[in-house]
Design a protein around this ligand. Sequence first.
Ligand code: PAF
Length: 290
Amino acid sequence: MATPLVIHDRNVMRELILSSRTIGRRVGFVPTMGSLHAGHTSLVDQAVAECDDVVTSIFVNPSQFGPQEDFEKYPRDFDADFNLLARHNVCWIFAPDVHEMYPPGDSTRIEIGGPADPYEGTLRPGHFSGVATIVFRLLQAVPSHAVYFGAKDWQQVLVVRQMVHDLQLDVQVMTCPTVRDTDGLALSSRNTYLNESERNRAQTIYAALQQAEQNWCRGLAIDTIEQKLRDMLTAKEIQIDYADIVHAESLKKISEVSQNTPAIFLIACRLGSTRLIDNILLPSRAFSSC
Ligand code: PAF
């Protein structure tokens, strides 16, 4: 166990990373909004396994929350996060305040097209602009070799990849598998908002995705697979924002059953006032993985 150094100043952070790179060390970066759980530490563990020095940022980014969203009540517990990161051998914790990332007078935002447009992009206007803007600024402060994201936020991964490609940023975007609770619910800081009944019902989300995967492998029509999943969720009074099988890269709807394209089932749903997202990558129907 190493005690991480906490850095608040982005110039200090940048100098530390550049010094590390100068002596040939590989630097990995895990950006987070804190309230850390095993999903985050799996990213950290992968970064630690692949890099010499690992930085985690903790910053609840105001620009990615809509006016009616949960910025104020988003869970924050720096001491718990610090202790967890210490146990996972993080070298530096970058914990800037809002003015460090959004200097007074700030009015610049990054707008991404393509994968940022549908789904979360439509339902949460400005969200991906906020994500892209902060990830870009964090990468300025933390010029790492590789940056790690969880596959649960699949669309976010595509948006970051698009930005890195378009702005020709010199960083590798790594995607790590979703980490789930024992009953299958994808770990999320927002799970703490669920009451007992909602938490019990929430396990249906992954059960429904697994059923969809089986139906996919059995060759059922896409509309039927989607409808069966919707029925399973609505039977548990889970409200669906979207539940679609799409191309895993373009996020465009897939209509042909036999297409040998990378496919993903994306879901966003609500239990009470808590909104959760999840997904499952669907195996290629052309191969024997089904
Ligand atoms: O996935 C998250 O926690 C956030 O969207 C991120 C990437 C840290 C940007 O604030």
